[in-house]
Design a binder for this molecule. Structure first.
Ligand code: MOS
Length: 750
């Protein structure tokens, strides 16, 4: 089903923004009618399969191309020897989210699962079999996949263009006057996105134009990038991404396999489909890189921070630079007069990491929140009291005011709901009814509020309905529902009267669905487009002597329930449909291209905040750990849809539990191979692992973050949760674990 066919609404609670409407795409998804990229099978379709390396470093010495080509049904075998040229050098990054793309530019092998050939055939089976027949031989070199063998370097940037080092105040003086110093090292593993839907693509060329079905979190940027690689204007690239089966950051970045499939379709003059296997997603499509983080905290006699030093050694590939900006977690939260954050890079023979579920914040907060707990313990203070003693009233270092910060309320409401006041200060004090050790811990959640430039169009039609459009991406977060609510509100209509088109690159650019900034960014564009449409409609009425609004001019009108009302006399009103019909207009169209006001942004620190409280139980004999209860209280500006926002918080907290207790890609350092590159052995939480969840929506007005007052809710839930669970584990056992995921063997004989 195309994005044009998304039904108008499945909501049933009422009208405007702020209502818990159910998802517009929900019925399509649960009935299997939502089509994902790989569900498309255009006429004449060919199937592509990548052959991937089984070594981590070296060179492909031989591929049996003849055997693969001779296999029945095989149409083409693409290798570095015959790969058609590209118009942009894949070794050169394409800003702003560009990475070095691996598209068979040489015979080098830089990680396991790197594509080394692309086989295209009439059937998926033929392509799969022929890829095996390539039987590569390698000139292998030893894998460098652990901390000891990797090469350390000083990075020019971390994350996406972030500063690797930030210093505020006098660190040495801060430590010199500290009554206590707490210092430790924390380790986080490599994690892989593992979206349910694999990276898939169906590409069909028509002359110099290409239509690409693919899950995509950043359509306009991708069109521009593909245009550059293929030497065609960006507008000749049409991306259709109506549904995504999860993204988690990995579908915002271009990758080699998809680019190769599109290239093959052009070369062969037929549509080509490629869908990576689960194992093939452990390499060329990004992951969360490992970190080793050192934290050093100085505290005075009253439990106030005097110095905070956060250093992260973050792993990346041998050939590109994305580094988990983990240490930046120490910047926004705690009021230390001296803060130093530093990053160092570690080059390993892995695929290049990339953004994944709160990149930087998740890993960094995991370490920082344990360190804060350790500092509270050293001071003999309750962890919540300690955090309140170090509450930042303004952004640490910069001193900028927060655009809004209801974190104190989050602490209070979360603690109350959880029952935190009954927590014994010392560890190992509580048992559950089974005799299991029981512990309570907490963590602070924080996530910045990025804003991407975005455009939108709003069309009011003569029948009283409306169409709103922006090229956004809904990877499950509920964007279609929330964005439609924002558009409907600006138009003074019920969401049921508003059709929403999205997920298609020919629509106005909805910006990036990432950084938890999509609702704010695309939402602001829809809001402004709606206001523009209403302004145009108002002009028609004000100039028409037959309208009850004629001459309202400076007094102005308001738009609600499909009618314009005079502000000074609400009874004098007219329906949109009547205004348009009398004017002989089929429709009025409003447009907007919106961005954040740079002066307002520079003057304020903008973050969503929250507090997460966790309960765990641990079997003292077996060491088995269960997260049993999570209560999160979050303040994220204006809440557009409490139902989908709550789901976002639940999702974030579940991924937090996943980080704390489950996820880890385990590498055999003898070969550089990931030993659990599948969903059976790479653990993510299943229903039985998910604790009782509660998410409290703490009210917060924000007059600065953007004109609609919306902050982000997608990633913040991960950030406080990891530390909260680790701290609860300490509280249950008295054992401080500083390496994730926390394992059974950490508790043998506690
Ligand atoms: Mo996200 S990691 O910003 O898609």
């Amino acid at each position: 089903m195309s994005p044009d066919a998304i039904p108008m609404s499945t909501g049933r609670y009422g009208s405007n923004a702020g209502q818990p409407l159910t998802r517009r795409d929900g019925v399509l998804k649960v009935t299997g009618r939502a089509t994902y990229a790989a569900d498309n099978t255009p006429d004449g379709l060919l199937y592509a399969v990548t052959a991937v390396s089984t070594i981590a470093r070296g060179r492909v010495a031989f591929l049996d191309v003849a055997a693969a080509e001779a296999h029945p049904g095989v149409v083409a075998v693409m290798t570095p020897a015959n790969r058609p040229p590209l118009f942009h050098d894949p070794e050169e990054k394409m800003p702003p989210f560009g990475f070095r793309v691996e598209v068979l530019q040489d015979d080098g092998v830089r990680y396991v699962n790197q594509p080394i050939a692309l086989v295209v055939a009439e059937t998926l089976e033929a392509a799969t079999e022929a890829a095996v027949l390539l039987a590569p031989r390698y000139a292998a070199e030893p894998a460098r996949t652990d901390r000891a063998s990797g090469e350390r370097y000083a990075p020019p940037a971390v994350g996406v263009g972030g500063s690797p080092r930030t210093a505020h105040g006098d660190l040495d003086a801060g430590f010199a006057r500290a009554a206590r110093i707490v210092a430790a090292e924390y380790e986080t593993p490599a994690q892989y996105h593992n979206a349910m839907e694999p990276h898939a693509v169906v590409a069909a060329w028509d002359g110099d134009k290409v239509t690409i079905d693919m899950p995509n979190q950043a359509m306009a940027l991708s069109c521009a990038a593909y245009g550059a690689y293929f030497g065609i204007p960006a507008e000749n690239v049409v991306i259709r991404s109506p549904f995504l089966g999860g993204g988690f950051g990995s579908k915002a970045i271009l990758n080699g396999p998809q680019l190769l499939a599109i290239l093959a379709a052009r070369q062969l003059g037929r549509p080509v489909k490629l869908a990576l296997s689960r194992a093939q997603m452990y390499g060329p499509v990004g992951h969360r890189g490992q970190t080793w983080q050192s934290l050093r905290l100085g505290v005075d006699e009253d439990g106030r921070l005097t110095a905070l030093h956060h250093h992260s050694l973050s792993a990346t590939s041998s050939f590109d630079d994305f580094l988990e900006p983990a240490a930046n977690a120490a910047l926004p939260l705690y009021a230390s007069p001296a803060i130093l954050v530093e990053h160092e890079g570690l080059r390993l023979d892995t695929g290049t990491p990339g953004p994944m579920r709160a990149p930087g914040e998740a890993s960094g907060s995991a370490a920082l929140e344990i360190a804060i707990d350790e500092a509270a313990e050293a001071c003999g203070m309750d962890p919540l009291v300690f955090r309140l003693a170090n509450y930042a009233e303004t952004e640490p270092g910069s001193g900028r005011p927060f655009s809004s910060k209801a974190l104190r309320e989050c602490y209070a409401e979360g603690a109350k709901r959880f029952g935190w006041s009954k927590r014994p200060l010392q560890p190992r004090q509580m048992r559950d009814k089974n005799g299991f050790l029981l512990g309570w811990g907490m963590g602070t959640a924080v996530f910045p509020c990025p804003h991407f430039p975005a455009s939108a169009r709003a069309t009011l039609r003569a029948d009283g309905s409306a169409l709103i459009e922006t090229a956004g991406a809904d990877m499950g977060q509920g964007a279609w529902t929330a964005l439609a609510q924002i558009g409907a509100e600006a138009l003074g209509l019920d969401p049921d009267q508003v059709e929403f088109h999205s997920g298609l690159s020919t629509l106005p650019d909805g910006g990036v669905a990432g950084g938890s900034g999509h609702t704010a960014s695309a939402g602001l564009a829809l809001h402004e487009a709606g206001i523009d449409a209403i302004a145009r409609l108002t002009e028609l009425a004000l100039n028409d002597p037959a309208s009850p609004l004629y001459g309202a001019g400076n007094i102005g009108v308001t738009a609600r329930n499909g009618r314009l009302h005079r502000r000074d006399d609400e009874a004098r009103s007219e329906a949109y449909a009547d205004i348009l019909t009398r004017a002989g207009a089929r429709e009025v169209v409003g447009t907007a291209k919106s961005a954040r006001d740079p002066a307002v942004a520079a003057a304020h620190a903008m973050y969503s905040h929250g507090a997460v409280f966790a309960e765990v139980t641990i079997d003292p004999d077996l060491g088995q750990i269960r997260a049993t209860r999570l209560v999160g209280a979050f303040a994220a500006g204006r809440i557009i849809n409490p139902l989908t926002v709550r789901s976002q918080y639940y999702g974030g907290m579940i991924w937090g539990a996943s980080f704390a207790l489950h996820e880890e890609a385990v590498t055999d350092h003898r070969t550089g191979r990931i030993m659990n590159a599948d969903l059976a052995e790479y653990h993510v939480p299943v229903n039985a692992d998910v604790p009782s969840l509660e998410a409290i929506l703490v009210p917060e007005d924000d007059a600065y973050v953007n004109p609609i007052g919306v902050k982000g809710v997608g990633e913040i839930g991960v950030t406080g949760t990891v530390g909260a669970i680790a701290n609860a584990i300490w509280h249950a056992t008295g054992v401080r674990v500083r390496r994730f995921p926390v394992r059974i063997e950490d508790f043998l004989a506690v």
